[in-house]
Write a protein that binds this ligand. Structure first.
Ligand code: NAD
Length: 319
């Protein structure tokens, strides 16, 4: 199979590149390195079936030349950071909405068989009920979530209008090796970096905000089941564990697993922060037979072990 992975130098995308290169497929990875890193994929460069292209999903000419002839697209490229979306809402919209529109239109033109799109649990906003199924209202309070709603709905429109096989995945928070740990990073990576450096993790607000976390290996398995599923799936599908933790509990778990005695530092609440996200992945199980196999304790242990060996200084090349 000839597979295009947008955002392939990022956290999740790099795991997908690795999986499909090692399975022997031809993998085209396109990334503009906004938040991705060569470190994530350089071990793949000497595989003849892996092609890395530095480029932007908004570049129609480039993307046309890449999409012509591919069987499947995994579309992950995005400006993914909520904080960055506060200060760069236009960039966030441009990449996440116009970029996705570009991919959809070219995929339509070149008859791509399946387009697997990463939407996000952030489309929902704070939980009105838990666990949150796919019928939960789309109430994202920040520009990142709003852009994800727009791209998610545009994908549904292409599916319905043109009969295209566009699969909309809504993962809840994901964690694991290669997740960025500085600047616009994810909470588990940020906390782990601080704790392993002997610096207390910083909690915004009182730490009662709740999230749930799926380990990267479970998510890669989810993408693979979606890729290999024989039929068209019409509505978005959540991928979640259904078990949430407060940020305070999360910080305490990371401190304990790291063998540290640090105490978190508390500071002001962040603007427009979602209070609670906890997903219902019943549809994922019914359709794909998917359910998470790796619990939070095991996932954190694996991540912290990985981080001790490979984590430090990975992101210093990021501007
Ligand atoms: N990580 C999570 O917890 C999570 C949860 C739900 C959904 N998602 C979605 O999964 C996808 C991947 O997320 P991730 O955590 O791997 O993030 P990431 O930031 O590591 O990966 C995104 C990649 O896209 C690239 N990119 C950004 N703009 C681009 C552009 N214009 N052209 C080409 N490449 C561009 C970045 O350089 C980066 O490598 C995103 O669409 C995100 O919204 C992630």
């Amino acid at each position: 199979m000839r597979i295009l992975i947008t955002g392939g130098a990022g956290f999740v995308g790099s795991h997908l590149c690795e999986r499909y290169v090692k399975e022997g497929h031809t993998v085209l990875c396109v990334d503009n390195f906004l938040s991705g890193s060569l470190d994530n994929i350089k071990h793949l460069l000497d595989y003849h079936n892996f092609k890395l292209v530095k480029g932007d999903i908004r570049d129609k000419e480039l993307m046309g030349s890449l999409i012509n002839g591919v069987d499947v697209i995994f579309h992950l490229a995005a400006q993914i950071h909520v904080d960055r979306s506060y200060i760069e809402p236009e960039l966030t919209w441009d990449i996440n909405v116009h970029g996705t529109q570009n991919i959809l239109e070219l995929a339509r033109f070149y008859d791509v068989k399946r387009i697997i799109v990463s939407s996000s649990s952030e489309v929902y906003g704070t939980a009105l009920y838990v666990p949150m199924d796919e019928k939960h209202p789309l109430n994202a309070p920040h520009p990142y979530g709003a852009s994800k709603i727009a791209m998610d709905r545009m994908c549904a429109a292409y599916q319905k209008t043109y009969g295209m096989d566009v699969v909309i995945m809504r993962p809840f928070n994901i964690f694991g090796a290669r997740q960025r740990d500085i600047g616009y990073g994810a909470v588990i990576s940020l906390f782990t970096r601080r704790v392993l450096n002997g610096i207390p993790p910083i909690i915004y607000g009182d730490g009662s905000q709740r999230r749930e976390y799926t380990y990267i290996d479970d998510i890669v398995r989810a993408y693979d089941l979606v890729l290999k599923y024989p039929d068209l799936v019409h509505e978005p599908v959540n991928f979640a564990t259904g078990v949430d933790y407060s940020i305070k509990e999360l910080a305490e778990m990371i401190i304990e697993i790291s063998g540290s005695k640090l105490k978190p530092i508390y500071t002001n609440k962040r603007m427009a922060e979602v209070d609670r996200l906890c997903g219902d992945a019943t549809r994922a199980e019914q359709i794909y037979g998917w359910y998470p196999e790796i619990g939070i304790q095991e996932g954190l242990k694996r991540f912290i072990d990985w981080y001790r060996v490979y984590g430090f200084e990975r992101w210093l090349d990021i501007r």
